[in-house]
Design a binder for this molecule. Sequence first.
Ligand SMILES: [Zn+2]
Length: 243
Amino acid sequence: MTTHNTPGDVLCTLHRILIQLSDLKERLERGPRQIKAREAACAKLEADLNQVKADQKAAKMTVDQKQLVLKSNEAKHRDLHAKLMAAQSNREFQALKDQIAADDMARSVLEDEILESMEKLDGFKKLIADAEATLARGKDDLAKAVKSVKEAEQGLLADVARCETELRQVEKELPNDFVQAYERLARTRGAEALAVVDNNNCGGCNQMITANMQNSLLTGKVVTCQSCGRVLYLPEDRRVGRK
Ligand SMILES: [Zn+2]
């Protein structure tokens, strides 16, 4: 265990640990966020697959309906042919012949449409296979993320515990007059509780440090930034031992 001579040394060490802790906690929170994002991606892929399946169903219904129309037309066609055979006059014969010709034309159009619809229906097989493969990849990705986040979590939690133990130990070295200001801030603001004086400015918010504050810091008093409220400490090369 290092021996700390000045409040600045202790605050500096505490700051380092608090920064480590906030970094570790940030990484701990990142894991579940990554999992959530992958879960959302999977839900989207599943919805995409369901949509393609619904489209396929609709296309199948279109084919079925057209085939039904074709079938009912066949009966009508046979009926017309029977009437044609039994036609009593040339006029009736010709009228029926014209109607049959028109029906044949419509039938041919319908058959083309059915063929086209069936080809379209066939295309859905590949679309569904593709959507299923994409979903499978998404699920695989999610499972891998869950596994790696869980694994990383063990290490991160151990690091947090180690840092917190170290923090508690170093906190014991804080001079009494610092304890209240430090504890109140550290509990609520973590690493944002402290700031090094950087070129006569607060390292947290860049506010200028007055000469008075500099003197107080040099004599080892508790000094907080007037702008952001962080407890300040001097950089290592400017620290002097407290009496
Ligand atoms: Zn500040």
